[in-house]
Design a protein around this ligand. Structure first.
Ligand SMILES: [Zn+2]
Length: 232
């Protein structure tokens, strides 16, 4: 078909149907492509350098602190999709010989990280591990059901830090309500002689946030840590 024929075609018959011509394939392929987002997958080789974060935890279970190091790989560096993903985890302590299962756990966790896909489920799995010995209380009265759960919490903190888990901050109204409740309680001078981070000695364990911070207020069990109230 010549240029002239292409530009102007005389239609002598009645138009009964029409079709809009689509961009042909070669033209579409020539268009600039958006950079593809690389996700974690098992064929990614360990780079020479990883970004590491170390968290210290102290539990009443052992004399020595545990140091949890999580090294991240940075994918899509310098693009809008830049994202850190955990690549490996190590746990060190002076009394490591008692923790062969900790070593096994870190190896399995690292393998799951490197396999790719969403690894945030690990946090829930670990936080649900209850020590048959009964768990322990952290400073500030928060209950920790097991060492595995505490390691899971560190992983959660880490995943929040790098944006893999959304941080559900307490809403402003909720925080204001808590501050008010706390002030109300302090006015009753029950907290006298207590430092700011601790809850009344007679506080009960809140089932929602695992903190010994639930007290009876106006005939209603109210948690001073998370605001959970039996009366809504
Ligand atoms: Zn609570």
């Amino acid at each position: 078909m010549s240029e002239a024929e292409n530009m102007a075609i005389k239609i002598s018959k009645r138009i009964v149907d029409y079709k809009v011509q689509k961009d042909d394939e070669p033209a579409a392929a020539a268009a600039p492509k958006a950079p593809e987002k690389e996700l974690m997958h098992e064929d990614i080789e360990r780079p020479e350098e990883l970004r590491g974060y170390t968290y210290k935890i102290k539990t009443p279970l052992t004399d020595h602190a545990l140091y949890i190091t999580i090294n991240n790989i940075v994918l899509n560096l310098g693009t809008e999709h830049e994202q850190e993903y955990p690549f490996e985890i190590f746990i060190n302590s002076k009394n490591m010989e008692h923790f062969q299962w900790v070593l096994a756990l870190t190896r399995v966790l690292s393998a799951v990280f490197r396999k790719g896909g969403d690894a945030t489920f690990l946090v829930d799995e670990m936080k649900q591990v209850f020590d048959p010995q009964g768990g322990y209380f952290k400073k500030g009265g928060r209950f920790m059901p097991s060492l595995v759960a505490e390691i899971g919490e560190v992983l959660e903190t880490h995943m929040k830090k790098i944006g893999l888990i959304e941080d559900e901050e307490l809403s402003a109204t909720h925080q204001a309500m808590l501050a008010e409740k706390r002030a109300e309680f302090e006015n009753k001078e029950i907290l006298e002689g207590k430092d700011d981070n601790s809850y009344p000695p007679n506080a009960q364990l809140c089932k929602k946030c695992n903190t010994k911070a639930a007290i009876m207020m106006d005939g209603c069990m109210t948690c001073l840590a998370c605001g959970e109230s039996k009366c809504g």
